[in-house]
Design a protein around this ligand. Structure first.
Ligand SMILES: O=C(O)c1cc(=O)[nH]c(=O)n1[C@@H]1O[C@H](COP(=O)(O)O)[C@@H](O)[C@H]1O
Length: 241
């Protein structure tokens, strides 16, 4: 059973990353390693986090031709991460190839990493969708279309804003995982995020996991921020799968 708050380790300085980890050292953690840290510190960092007993979400948002994604996932599966992602807009063949690659790269007796598809990034607004990306669907319909595509391609869930979770659960079922970034504690700046939500509201909307970066990492007291988040999200909220 892992904690359902995913802490984004978005750092390019190893010292800052270690400082955060030492602030929350007594917590049972589900951490996320994204592009910022992985491109610099790579598989070694993932290995260290696993050695410390943390659950790890490797957030590299793969988006390429099916063959490349398949081969990349074969290698990444060997890192022993718990959760990994692709962009759902890469299409059904790409997503199916990702799952095949993960299965092929997972050693016998081990559990393959759960794989989720990013629907629309939480930094994307309704206006960007329409004007820049020229997508004729509104945000909720676009997110649900991509969630259905991800489900039918064999993925375990999706990344979206918490605001779209009820529609995703209606369309794809309760078991289909929803992982929701764009979480802000009251008073925190949204920054580059457009579709933001508080932890309390995310829980009420039925999110399975919330992803939190700057509300904790940019806080002068990261442990206090993490504990506040845990309280608002609900300490007893656990995922059973
Ligand atoms: O896949 C993700 O994790 C992700 C998808 C998305 O749509 N939006 C999003 O913010 N994220 C990640 O979630 C984290 C959010 O960070 P904060 O905005 O600092 O809480 C970052 O590491 C993003 O890369």
């Amino acid at each position: 059973m892992e904690p359902s708050i995913i802490l984004a380790l978005d750092f390019s300085k190893r010292q800052e990353l270690d400082h955060l980890l030492s602030a929350v050292k007594d917590e049972e953690l589900f951490v996320k390693v994204g592009m910022e840290a992985f491109y610099l510190y790579g598989p070694k960092l993932v290995d260290e986090l696993k050695q410390r007993g943390h659950s790890v979400f490797l957030d590299l948002k793969l988006h390429d031709i099916p063959n490349t994604v398949n081969k990349a996932m074969r290698g990444l599966a060997g890192l022993g991460v718990d959760l990994i992602n692709v962009h759902a807009s890469g299409g059904s063949r790409m997503m199916a190839a990702a799952i095949e690659g993960l299965e092929a790269g997972t050693s016998a007796g081990e559990k393959r990493p759960m794989c989720i598809g990013v629907t629309q990034l939480t930094s994307t607004s309704e206006e960007m969708l329409r004007k820049e990306l020229q997508i004729s669907l509104n945000m909720k319909d676009s997110v649900v279309t991509l969630a259905n595509l991800a489900k039918n391609s064999g993925l375990d869930g999706v990344v979206s804003s918490a605001l779209e979770v009820p529609m995703i659960k209606d369309a794809c079922g309760d078991e289909f995982l929803t992982v929701t970034p764009g979480i802000r504690l009251e008073g925190d700046l949204a920054g580059d995020q457009n579709r933001v939500c508080s932890p309390t509201k995310a829980r009420a909307l039925g999110s399975d996991y919330i992803v939190v970066g700057r509300s904790i990492t940019a806080s002068p007291d990261p442990l206090a921020a993490y504990v506040k988040l845990k309280t608002e999200w609900g300490m007893t909220h656990e995922i059973h799968r």
